[in-house]
Design a protein around this ligand. Sequence first.
Ligand code: ADP
Ligand code: ZN
Length: 757
Amino acid sequence: MTEPARRLVEVALPVPLFQTFVYSLDGQYEHEARIGSRVLVPFRKRQEIGIVVSLDAAQPARGVVRAVSAVPDAEPALDDGLLALSRWISEYYVVPIGIVMRTVLPALLTGAAQPHPNVKTRRVVRIRDDIPTLLQREKAFARAPQQRALFELIESLGGTTSVEHLLEQLKFSPSVLKALEKRALIGIDRERVERDPFAARIGRIEPRHLPTSEQLAVIGRMATARPGEVFLLHGVTGSGKTLVYIELLREIVERRGKTAIVLVPEIALTPQTVDRFRAVFGDDVAVLHSALSDGERYDAWLALKRGEKRIAVGARSAVFAPLTNIGAIIVDEEHESSYKQGETPRYHAREAAIVRATQEGAVVVLGSATPSLESWTSATAGKFTLLTLPDRVGGATLPSVAVVDLRKAVIETAATAGEDDYQRVVTTPLDAAIRARLERGEQSILLLNRRGYSAFVQCENCGNVATCPNCSITLTYHRSPERLVCHYCMHQEEPQRVCKRCGGATLRRRGLGTQQIERLICERFPSARVARMDVDTTSGKWAHAEILDRVGAGEVDILLGTQMIAKGLDFPNVTLVGVIDADVGINLPDFRASERCFQLLSQVAGRAGRGARGGEVLIQTRVPTHHAVKCAVTHDYMAFVTEELSGRIQPAYPPNNRLANVVFSGTTESSVADLAIAGASWLRRLVQARESAGLTVIGPAPCAVERIKTRWRWHVLLKSEHPHELTRVGRYFLERFAVPARDGLRVTFDRDPVSLL
Ligand code: ADP
Ligand code: ZN
């Protein structure tokens, strides 16, 4: 007699191993386990939440098969679409699928300690027994006037209200409430409440506009898209891209009854965009704010999964919104690097959006005034459909942009000025422009994108920056030992005492932050109302929105900050944008440094002159002839792309090839170096043995940021023209290369890195 076959399932667990695990369904479970269901299972000495990925697993050759402990949900947490997307991310970014799923699901669903997520409930009272006539009422409450008062109040509230409201705001006593319940005149139940902090935020309501003929043409084309078609919407700043998105969603969601996802770079920075969607689609919109608590996030997830809301608006992870029947995925400001996750799984939301939309037959809209070179190349190659909005709406023109050459300005003031002297930081033309705005009651935006690390060496006299002889990459100054290092080809050299170009002895390490600018501006214009926006001033949940609301209400004269202030803001009274130092980003040791700089300058310039009064942009720089600066001044995206693409051919960089950055890290410098050296030769041997044509291994060398959070870092760069090669080699390496279990040693694989720092 044979035993009945045990039901064996294959489960993905959030552990750093490229394998799934087999469990049996021996037991009594609350719900049926299906593909995509969460299961609580014993793993080593603990319990873990896993996801069922197959219902007919084979009996493993070795080991004991343990039983699933619990099946907590009636419905699978992941449907087929999200499961397929998770599989793609797992393969492409070389991450175990269980770890991908932990990112795809809200945190409350992945904790093993509490398999049933806590939902917020409240107690509500409901009238059970109507007391219709006055006479009956007199009788019922003859000796209980307080009960009558409470009963009639509940009646006046429509027969139901929350217990909290009655006891806390209206100060009724719990005993009176109890008495009514005991007499069965009212019932008290628990009811789930959705935690939606956005319900409380009331944004600016603006008039509804009718699309212009340019907008209509673009919308019309999108409405006739093939399933899975990807559009690159190249629209200059102020061309009304948001209205295009909204009209597309009205077609897709309202008319065709489908659902949609809108990705924005960072919710906190784009309250105006979010307000616009909420103004049109109201309760259909779930806002997935990064500052949501786990409970709030879970509530939003549930509302989307149940179909109570049909539009998800959020940053990167909103691409995993649990929607079915998706008709469109919009990626606003598609060039933003925040779409790439900086930790495992290091996925890019734009790529994930395209994969998800292709699976579901939805359209994708990638919108930007400054598309990434990757997307632009795909559009010119015919993979994406290019649509353009070349002009601002309503006949408005792009602001005039002028350059202030800091090299000349510095020479003029050098005799008397100190390093952080106002005149060195804010030149005479910019100073006069700010003053004029203050006198006219108009607003100014000042940008200084200074981040604390990555010093570079620049000649004060000619503006020359020390760069690598083999790459068009800035050398990074390292203090001990004192070296200039290229982080792409690992070239190293001694720092010079005099400038290589002009021979001047005015080499300087550069560094100046927003805080200093704020102090200088406040001293210079004591009566101006200044607001600073950078990571230090925006830690609170609504901090960004509060600052921006103040700007919108005209309570701020000068808004200054880092790149945060360059995104999507639409304030018609801003007539001046000043860039304190355009060169900050240009000199980071990263092949995308010029691209980022061009994007930032174009975007921040785009904040000026959105109203009838027009606008002016002043860019202070020491490199006015750099193509990133030059093309931003002339609003010439095409010229920038042409020049930048040709600079990425020899040596080749994306989009002309693909990269993976393999980072070795640990707590001891020498063991990290040893591991990186071993890893690089392991990879070289592998490439040789397999004759992987077209895959190049570069390095190892210390990362530009050598130490982060007490961990030392080295890296190796893999380059290839064939994406499949990177997938294969990456997987093989991560599975077989042995990392010793000491000094916290770790290897990470960053596919299509957006930063090599
Ligand atoms: P973009 O995102 O392309 O920079 P926005 O979507 O922020 O531009 O639009 C810029 C401004 O133009 C906004 O104030 C918006 O309300 C306004 N706008 C957009 N479309 C129209 C239209 N068809 N008619 C009038 N105003 C419009
Ligand atoms: Zn180099």
